[in-house]
Ligand binder design. Structure first.
Ligand SMILES: [Zn+2]
Length: 154
């Protein structure tokens, strides 16, 4: 192999096979990435003690590994999908078969953040419907949450 070619190719390969930049990902991959970051953040922030979480709607305790990221307003509404006010930990039963327990969820949210805040959330969802969030906003949010989650991974 020629002396001067190798370093060039090594550099080149690193670029090709290195981690893909967020800007190069398609929309669904970006959504998936942000879901992972925010879901992790929610579970960690609401832990009652390390490794233990309480379901927001039925109040039972679970291993954080078993807990899910629940939404008051469906995640189909992108404008509130990653809104922390709309996000709480839920057990599989509440988040799945019990369809998220929206009535209990709303009642506890009102107690938590106040009626005005809950109404604000509802009107954001109503106004935006299921319209997608702009790519740039998602990319920005991924970076923000990656930073916030760092403290949980140390
Ligand atoms: Zn539950």
């Amino acid at each position: 192999m020629s002396f001067y070619k190798k370093p060039y190719h090594t550099k080149c390969n690193m670029k090709v096979h290195g981690r893909r930049k967020l800007e190069d990902l398609d929309y669904q991959s970006l959504v998936h990435k942000l879901d992972k970051e925010v879901g992790f953040y929610i579970k960690k922030t609401f832990e009652v003690m390390p490794g233990v979480s309480r379901c927001y709607t039925c109040k039972t305790l679970h291993d954080t590994k078993e807990i899910q990221w629940g939404h008051f307003i469906s995640r189909r509404y992108y404008a509130v999908r990653w809104d922390l006010r709309n996000s709480r930990p839920q057990c599989r039963g509440c988040n799945g078969p019990r369809s998220g327990e929206p009535m209990k969820f709303r009642q506890y949210l009102v107690e938590d953040i106040g009626e005005e805040c809950v109404k604000d959330l509802e009107s954001i969802a109503m106004m935006n419907g299921e319209r997608n969030m702009p790519r740039e906003t998602i990319i920005e949010q991924i970076k923000t949450y990656k930073g916030l989650n760092r403290k949980f991974k140390e």
